[in-house]
Design a binder for this molecule. Structure first.
Ligand code: NAD
Ligand code: IPM
Ligand code: MN
Length: 356
């Protein structure tokens, strides 16, 4: 029997609640498809700081490097907001991404027909939306030096090298070749030097992909166009901070940020996580939507383990569940037949797979 080693990082807030449901679903599908998943849990974030005084113990990095894939929930919380930067939960995640070389974060945004009324946007604007945000993940203003804050003055530095832009642009163009063959590169080239280099470099790479239609958009306009006419987009290629912001904005087309998965690739081993955070405002209540994490687990099966049938089964079961009207409270206002807890959604999806 095929067997895979999965590093599991549950994290903080709703992290453990949503990852537990993803594991429930993975167990059901691996049994059905005849492969074995060996999970090993690692600490990261606020929970790691509490346990060992470090948001990312070496063991977590080593264990992740030695796994076939990483399934991650979320980190962070009010409790750790005032810690020095190096000790904050967020630093743990940023270090993991950097150490593993995960420079490409793929965030697909699709609108389920079943949830078309769940979005705060109009059905006629969002019907059929299917786009992919390709976000650079290990560079830009998140990591640039110098960075400084003495209480009177503070700064960060947005830096991209040409090589960093080339490799993320290639991911975007390769993705577009498997989709609608359109790339919209989002920058702020009317103001920022780093964006001018970004734009010129993306133009160069585009020459190797003559079938792909390339456009450029300033990020402020892109934020507006995403809610005006999101169907104009196929692949959005952008830097670290713009991608972070635009993908949270785009999540509202789907109805809830609790529906959007992601994969982080390009390095030693793929990392799969929902795009949302630890949602401290609802943690511990059993009401978080686990679907983003379950879809991330499906992406893990598809892209890191090559278990395509299993991934298809998960995606199909989620679609069916939504068709039947089961919803967590974030989606409950709209056409919900049954309002469910986090655990119930996980069990319903797992049961569908087991009984199919
Ligand atoms: P957030 O994404 O955690 O929450 C934003 C809002 O969306 C909240 O109202 C929350 O309840 C809701 N929400 C998020 N996920 C949900 C889900 N699955 N189901 C239902 N509702 C959901 O963002 P925030 O509040 O700005 O940040 C909270 C903490 O999470 C911060 O410490 C932040 O740094 C951290 N964070 C971590 C990650 C990550 O681990 N990758 C991502 C984003 C934010
Ligand atoms: C995300 C989060 C992270 C980011 C934070 C927690 C460091 O917002 O994964 O989108 O900004 O990348
Ligand atoms: Mn984010």
């Amino acid at each position: 029997m095929k067997s895979y080693n999965i590093a599991v990082i549950k994290g903080d807030g709703i992290g453990p609640e949503i990852v537990d449901e993803a594991i429930k679903v993975l167990d059901a599908v691996s049994k059905k498809e005849n492969f074995e998943l060996n999970y090993k849990e690692y600490l990261m974030g606020g929970c790691a700081y509490e346990a060992v005084g470090n948001p990312i113990p070496d063991e977590t990095i080593e264990g992740s490097k030695n796994s076939d894939a990483i399934l991650f929930g979320s980190i962070g919380g009010y409790k750790w907001d005032d810690l020095p930067r190096e000790l904050k939960p967020e630093s743990g995640l940023l270090k993991l991404r950097k150490e593993l070389g995960l420079f490409a974060n793929l965030r697909p945004v699709a609108v389920f027909d079943e949830l078309i009324e769940a979005s705060s946007m109009k059905p006629e604007v969002i019907k059929g939306v299917d786009l992919l945000v390709v976000r650079e993940l290990t560079g830009g203003i998140y990591f640039g030096e110098p960075r400084f804050n003495d209480g009177q003055k503070a700064y960060n530095t947005m830096v991209y090298t040409k090589d960093e832009i080339i490799r993320i642009a290639k991911v975007a163009f390769e993705s577009a070749m498997k989709r609608e063959k359109k790339v919209c590169s989002v920058d702020k080239a009317n103001v920022l030097e780093v964006s001018r280099l970004w734009r010129a470099t993306v133009e160069e790479i585009a020459r190797d992909y003559p079938e792909v239609e390339l456009s450029h958009m300033f990020v402020d306009n892109a934020a507006m166009q995403l809610v005006r006419d999101p169907r104009q987009f196929d692949v959005i290629l952008t830097g670290n901070i713009f991608g972070d912001i635009l993908s949270d904005e785009a999540s509202m087309m789907s109805g809830s940020i609790g529906l959007l998965p992601s994969s982080s690739i390009g390095g030693i081993v793929g990392l799969y996580e929902p795009i949302h955070g630890s949602a401290p405002d609802i943690a511990g209540q059993g009401i978080a939507n686990p679907i983003a994490t379950i879809l991330s687990a499906s992406m893990m099966l598809r892209y890191s383990l090559g278990e395509i049938n299993a991934a298809d089964k998960i995606d199909g079961a989620i679609k069916e569940l939504l068709q039947e009207g089961y919803r967590t409270p974030d989606l409950a206002k709209y056409h919900a037949k049954v309002i469910c807890s986090t655990e119930e959604i996980g069990s319903l999806i797992a049961d569908k797979i087991s009984k199919a």
